[in-house]
Design a binder for this molecule. Sequence first.
Ligand code: COA
Length: 185
Amino acid sequence: MDTNDREHIRLKNGLLLTLRDAEPDDAERLLVYVEQIAGESDNVTMGPGEFGMSVEDERVYLKQIAEIPTSLYLIAEIEGEIVGTLSFSAGRRPRVRHVGEFGTSVLRKYWNLGIGHHMLMYLLDWARGTGIIRKINLRVRVDNLPAIHLYEKCGFVHEGRVSRELYIHGQFVGVFVMGMELDPK
Ligand SMILES: CC(C)(COP(=O)(O)OP(=O)(O)OC[C@H]1O[C@@H](n2cnc3c(N)ncnc32)[C@H](O)[C@@H]1OP(=O)(O)O)[C@@H](O)C(=O)NCCC(=O)NCCS
């Protein structure tokens, strides 16, 4: 396939990236993915073995996410391999239903190919399409320069800094809070 659409993107190295919603049957592969990311990056909120969800827990979670119109669990795949994820959840009650936070990651060997950017573009398009989401927030380690660059490039603005948000390898690390206000489509 040579045409790009929201779900099928030809990357700059020629590989075809597919973006799709996670399904309950992805549970086992997602746990393997999460474990790999936890071992590859200190920029996520868990280390190896710390996720604490069984395959069945994950399956139930994915089923719940799929049923909530303001939740998204996006999987990025290349040749059938999960290479990245982005998950977003909004509040459940009327006063916080319009606002949510996301987390994202890409396998290290696929960094800097634009996968993070394409997942974010998908998120923004999806969020506008809900007609409900009006604000997207994120937290990013203050020293995570590639992620900060990516978020700024996509239009997120800095809204503040929280100290001691993470404790990793015996040290506290702060995060920037960034956000984007959305108008519906
Ligand atoms: C952050 C992350 C999701 C980005 O994914 P990705 O697919 O590499 O993202 P992209 O390729 O779309 O964009 C990366 C950008 O960072 C830039 N970059 C790379 N290293 C950089 C650095 N040291 N300083 C500033 N920018 C840098 C790249 O040039 C690219 O920008 P460009 O497209 O304008 O050239 C990925 O690095 C990752 O999974 N990191 C570990 C987990 C993580 O940090 N998650 C985010 C937590 S908030």
